[in-house]
Design a protein around this ligand. Structure first.
Ligand SMILES: [Zn+2]
Length: 169
């Protein structure tokens, strides 16, 4: 199971790299966009605190169900295209990166989930669970923390290099 930090970091980094090298559009991709992307990267796990709250009310929501389906991620495309159509490009991009963040979260959970709980992609139509458990043979907590550290260091290094270069431009 990727750590919360991995979800946020990876989403922010990929969206930031996309902004720097592909879109090159600082007006559509503001710092807000990056913040929202990071938030969206963790959004599916909102089912955990939501479950605590619902428990008080005698109800509940299962982890890795509703918020871990592709439908949940793709739902944000509707407002994205609507805002884009009305030329509210910056707000549209907020919703595009939300879809990306949610889908990336689901993909990471799918690849690395390791507590035998899996993801219910097709919830509520089917309770079939899917996961790959790619890191199962390794010492998970240490590996996960190590991967976080490596990702963070690589990104810091990239930012350092990039800003040094931009000093000369
Ligand atoms: Zn999750």
């Amino acid at each position: 199971m990727p750590l919360a930090v991995t979800h946020v970091l990876l989403t922010i980094i990929i969206v930031d790299l996309y902004r720097d090298y592909v879109a090159k559009h600082k007006r559509y991709f503001t710092l807000h966009t990056i913040f929202i992307a990071g938030f969206a990267g963790l959004l599916p796990d909102i089912d955990i605190p939501l479950d605590w709250i619902l428990n008080i009310l005698g109800a509940g929501i299962l982890h890795r169900t509703v918020t871990h389906t592709p439908i949940f991620g793709l739902a944000f495309l509707a407002p994205a295209f609507a805002f884009w159509l009305y030329k509210k490009h910056r707000i549209a991009v907020y919703f595009f990166v939300t879809t990306f963040g949610v889908l990336l979260h689901i993909l990471l959970d799918f690849l690395f989930t390791s507590d035998n709980s899996g993801l219910m992609f097709l919830y509520p139509f089917s309770n079939a669970m899917f996961d790959m458990d790619l890191l199962s043979s390794l010492a998970k907590p240490q590996i996960a923390a190590g991967i976080d550290a490596i990702i963070l260091l690589l990104w810091l290094w990239h930012e350092e290099i990039r800003h040094k270069i931009s000093d000369f431009i």
